[in-house]
Design a protein around this ligand. Structure first.
Ligand code: SAM
Length: 297
């Protein structure tokens, strides 16, 4: 159960899609001043070193953030707002814009964008990643003088813990559900967590990351999400990125983000972002993107 370490995958193409979508959603929700409750059910380790033994073994960032940054720097072109914003948040941790070494995961991005009255709740179950997350958060809070912000980190199961925080008193909130799916049960737990969360807080914004794979559980998850949203009459947006042919040996080729109750203009932002990502990260003819939304911006 604890074999998965996000350090092997940090900054890969799936993280790029996930974190651009997450950041854009946070920015759009921040257009209103009412405080937000932000929840990361699978927080990971915080800040990742792309030169540590995990990242160096997998080299996955070379098909993700490093490829995107090289493309951006070499072409010297203007980029869609959602990508520019994302790159700026990453560059905050790096001395040179030509060489990205440190990569902020979702929990770190939540932290960097947290406003004074927002609340942040993070769950991480891994016995090695949890203390790393604690350390990163503490270090960041101290360095930025943010010690008074309302942040809780739990060494517990995010699928189960989520509902205890819902609904938030301000009735405004965003939850990222980002399991690794190494355990096939995660497909089931995502749906169960969403069902109980929506019962308590139907107007919340929920972002679910999913891998696009050939196995049955992975293929069924978007279908289940669609059926769920249709039954509950929930607006949703689906963004997918494929960077290469799907083969059994070349690692993850594609992934998607499912956003329930997407904020206004998210669709427009991703319409600009996705073709750019295909151009920058696409490795062969199979490179593709897909964007579907039940709402109109
Ligand atoms: N959200 C992170 C990001 O975007 O940077 C990456 C998260 S990674 C895909 C999934 C994480 O969830 C791993 O660090 C794993 O240890 C942790 N995990 C696995 N099962 C969990 C559970 N039931 N509750 C909380 N954390 C869990």
């Amino acid at each position: 159960m604890f074999s998965y370490r996000h350090g092997f995958h940090a900054g890969n193409h799936a993280d790029v899609l996930k974190h651009i979508t997450l950041l854009a959603t946070i920015r759009l929700l921040h257009k209103k001043p009412t405080p937000l409750l932000l929840i990361d059910t699978h927080a990971g380790a915080g800040l990742y070193d792309l030169e540590d033994r995990f990242a160096m073994t997998s080299q996955e960032a070379h098909e993700g953030i490093l490829a995107l940054n090289t493309y951006y720097q070499n072409k010297n072109i203007s980029v869609p707002q959602g990508i520019d914003d994302y790159l700026q948040e990453i560059l905050r941790h790096n001395l040179s814009k030509e060489q990205i070494r440190y990569y902020p995961g979702s929990s770190q991005l939540f932290l960097q964008t947290l406003r004074q009255d927002d609340k942040l709740r993070l769950f991480e179950l891994h016995p090695s990643d949890f203390p790393l997350l604690q350390k990163d958060i503490k270090h960041y809070q101290q360095s930025q003088n943010l010690a008074r912000q309302d942040i809780q980190i739990q060494h517990s199961n995010g699928f189960n813990g989520l509902k205890a925080f819902l609904p938030p008193p301000t009735r405004r909130g965003l939850c990222l559900i980002d399991p690794s799916y190494e355990d096939q049960q995660d497909y089931l737990f995502v749906m169960r967590a969403l069902e109980s969360a929506i019962k308590r807080f139907a107007t919340g914004v929920y972002l679910v990351w999913y891998p696009i794979l050939t196995n049955k559980n992975a293929q069924n998850l978007p279908k289940k999400l669609q059926a769920f949203c249709t039954e509950k009459n929930l607006p949703y947006l689906q963004a997918e990125l494929q960077i290469k042919q799907m083969t059994t040996s070349s690692g993850l080729a594609a992934s998607g983000m499912w956003v329930i109750n997407p904020p206004w203009q998210l669709q427009q932002m991703l319409e600009d972002v996705l073709p750019f990502l295909k151009e920058a990260l696409g490795l062969d003819q199979a490179a593709n993107t897909r964007l579907f939304s039940t709402t109109e911006d």
